[in-house]
Ligand binder design. Structure first.
Ligand SMILES: [Zn+2]
Ligand SMILES: [Zn+2]
Length: 305
């Protein structure tokens, strides 16, 4: 008798939410790593799948193993493959533990891996970090069983004030030299990411509820699992539904579903819980079947607009 082949890896979750891609794995307790290639950032690192290496930055929400396990490997592979030193942005309380982790690897491997850690402290100057030109990552506290951060990605552009639009260049220079403030800072929340969290005010921040794409955990969908969500400081689908009227995001991507929930069943529970008017903008990252069909439509639409 020939034994069975080993089971295959599930495919990466993937959604194209123009102009960004949201891709990765996210299953509660196992692995969460969600990449937005256009922003050069990966939220959490999971077990460091190959795609994560391409991100220059890892925004780490908290230290639970399913979110942080691949950290040392990420640094090491980045270096090994000549991709430059990887950078992790994290909660202040994780800065020293990450140094210790990398110290331990020096003893284990008998070599030193270059790495960068940046502690982000909400409420201080270091709550924000420029990922690339005009694109800023901002950290804020969320509510979980350990210290945890949520992140928003905000585009900051200096714009001419309305009353000066259309004036000739010389006139603008003149006004500026005379000390007039002719521009203002326009902030556009592009994306927000909630790692593990209980419901709370952090969802009502403007850079979260107005983010074009909101990616958030939703660990439980079964009607009788609301208590489990409370104990683990996680979200239940009813928590999301309660916030839907306030969340203006074009797309809401749910992650961190429990493994025990079958995808088909989760989809049904979601459709039952979410009012019809909101259903089109709520996606499940790991529902590959639905997401692949959606992507196929996007690709076909491009061929035959
Ligand atoms: Zn988790
Ligand atoms: Zn956690």
């Amino acid at each position: 008798m020939v034994p069975h082949e080993p089971p295959r890896q599930p495919p990466l979750g993937f959604l194209f939410l123009p102009p960004i891609r949201v891709q990765g794995y996210s299953i509660a307790g196992e692995e969460t790593v969600v990449q937005i290639p256009e922003m050069d950032v990966c939220f959490d690192i999971g077990r460091c799948p190959r795609i994560a290496l391409a991100s220059n930055y890892i925004a780490l929400t908290h230290g639970h193993m399913d979110h942080a396990a691949g950290l040392a490997y990420y640094y090491s592979q980045r270096h090994f493959q000549g991709m430059g030193t990887g950078t992790v942005l994290c909660h202040k309380s994780l800065e020293q533990p990450i140094h210790k982790l990398m110290e331990a690897w020096i003893d284990i491997e008998a070599q030193r891996t270059p790495y960068e850690v940046i502690a982000m402290e909400p409420g201080t100057d270091s709550e924000e970090f420029e990922l690339k030109n005009t694109i800023h990552l901002r950290a804020f506290e969320t509510i979980h069983t350990v210290p945890a951060l949520g992140f928003s990605v905000v585009e900051k552009r200096s714009k001419l004030k309305e009353e000066y639009v259309g004036l000739p260049q010389e006139k603008l220079v003149e006004l500026k030299e005379a000390g007039h403030e002719i521009t203002y800072l326009r902030q556009i929340p592009l994306a927000a990411f909630m790692g593990d969290t209980a419901p709370g005010d952090h969802f009502m921040r403007d850079d979260v509820r107005k983010a074009k794409v909101l990616i958030t955990e939703c660990t439980f969908t079964e009607p009788d699992h609301q208590d489990r969500a409370k104990v683990g400081r996680h979200l239940h689908i009813t928590d999301i539904v309660d916030m839907l009227d306030d969340i203006e995001s074009e797309s809401i991507v749910l992650t961190h579903l429990s493994r025990r929930t079958h995808m088909k069943q989760a989809r049904e529970q979601l459709d039952a819980a979410i009012p019809a008017k909101h259903r089109d903008r709520v996606h499940l990252l790991m529902d590959s079947r639905t997401n692949r069909a959606r992507y196929q439509q996007q690709a076909d639409g491009e061929l035959n607009p």
